[in-house]
Design a protein around this ligand. Structure first.
Ligand code: NAD
Ligand code: TYD
Length: 332
């Protein structure tokens, strides 16, 4: 099987490539990535280079997307490429519309033109917006995104599903909760907290820190996406999450004990439009595909903290910008 994986130099995309390489000895993967600030070629370390190819390309470049799809003729296109950080979407919303919506449209058109067997869109629980307890979002809920990030992801979901209805393109969509694990860019909550604890820096928590998130270990997400691509029904949406929510302050406590050091919490100005709670029902993927998470939060955080401790250079390269030089060297 051949996969075209967009955004494979980022956090979840690189974990997905690793998961497929490790679990399918015959799989071949092509990673299409434009190496934005979030892309990091160090994430390719350990990949079997006989079955992995990197293509430096932007999904907004329609001609290049068509050229690469025609050249590789993949069985599956798995779209991870995105601008993914809510805080940045508040500063630069149009970049989110370009990549997350127009880029996805280019990929869909290429998938249609070259009759790709499955187009999988990697989406997020944030498309449901703020969810009051005790509700857990189900796939048929109305979308109510709050940030430019989640609005652009919701738009992409609708576009993907419209290609199923209008053109019969074989698509699936997954909506996952917050991921954590090895290789996450330290702009997101968990790696940022770990980095700050390790370096005796204060932890900046937005507002009162009582916002709830459902955290899933990245490998559980990758396994779910694989199961959906292999066995999910075309035209369907599948939620993926741990069904266990914690507040941001509870997460700080868990990480303080996982790292084994103390930390100072600074309550800083809240994020505009900050969603208070995300919570997913995962009955559909459990019932139809038999997926359940394997890594509980304590074990997952312990593995993640260990990875960041063992890979201080990876983090420092990001913090001092050296990884950008390494990216440039790689594509020369
Ligand atoms: P990330 O920011 O770590 O990585 C994104 C990758 O996409 C980077 O390698 C970047 O270079 C690449 N990219 C960005 N714009 C591109 C473009 N125009 N053309 C080609 N490549 C481009 O993101 P992530 O956290 O790994 O998230 C991956 C996907 O999963 C996203 O679609 C995101 O919306 C979704 N998701 C993320 C989470 C999470 O908790 N991180 C949860 C649910 C869903
Ligand atoms: P984040 O990792 O950015 O994911 P998302 O906003 O997509 O859920 O943030 C997770 C939660 O942590 C969210 O409620 C915002 C909060 N947060 C902070 O309190 N401080 C921070 O520095 C960051 C990055 C996030």
């Amino acid at each position: 099987m051949k996969y075209l994986v967009t955004g494979g130099a980022g956090f979840i995309g690189s974990n997905f490539i690793s998961y497929i390489l490790n679990n399918y000895p015959d799989a071949e993967l092509v990673c299409l990535d434009s190496l934005t600030y979030a892309g990091n070629v160090s994430n390719f370390a350990g990949f079997d280079k006989c079955r992995f190819t990197f293509e430096y390309a932007d999904i907004c470049d329609r001609e290049r997307v068509f050229e690469l799809t025609e050249r590789y003729m993949p069985d599956f296109i798995v779209n991870f490429a995105a601008e993914s950080h809510v805080d940045r979407s508040i500063l630069y919303p149009t970049a989110f519309v370009s990549t997350n919506v127009l880029g996805t449209a280019n990929l869909l058109d290429a998938a249609k033109q070259f009759k790709i067997s499955r187009f999988h869109q990697v989406s997020t629980d944030e498309v449901y917006g703020d969810v009051d307890a005790p509700h857990f979002s189900v796939e048929s809920d109305t979308l109510c995104p709050s940030s430019p990030y989640s609005a652009s992801k919701a738009s992409a979901d609708m576009l993907v599903l419209s290609y199923f209805r209008t053109f019969g393109l074989p698509v699936t969509v997954s909506r996952c909760s917050n991921n954590y694990g090895p290789g996450q860019f330290p702009e997101k909550l968990i790696p940022l907290i770990i980095y700050n604890i390790m370096n005796d820096k204060p932890i900046g928590i937005y507002g009162n820190g009582l916002q709830c998130r459902d955290w899933l270990y990245v490998e559980d997400h990758c396994r779910a996406v694989d199961m959906i691509i292999q066995h999910g029904r075309e035209g369907e949406i599948y939620n993926i999450g741990s069904m266990h929510t914690v507040t941001n302050l509870e997460m700080v406590d868990m990480l303080v004990s996982a790292v084994g050091r103390t930390a100072l919490v600074d309550h800083i100005t809240d994020r505009p439009g900050h969603d208070k709670r995300y919570a997913l029902s995962c009955d559909k993927i459990k019932g139809e595909l038999g997926w359940t998470p394997c890594v509980d939060i304590e074990k997952g955080l312990a593995k993640t903290v260990k990875w960041y401790m063992d890979n201080r250079d990876w983090c420092e390269d990001i913090m001092n910008g050296k990884y950008i030089e390494k990216n440039k060297e790689y594509i020369k």
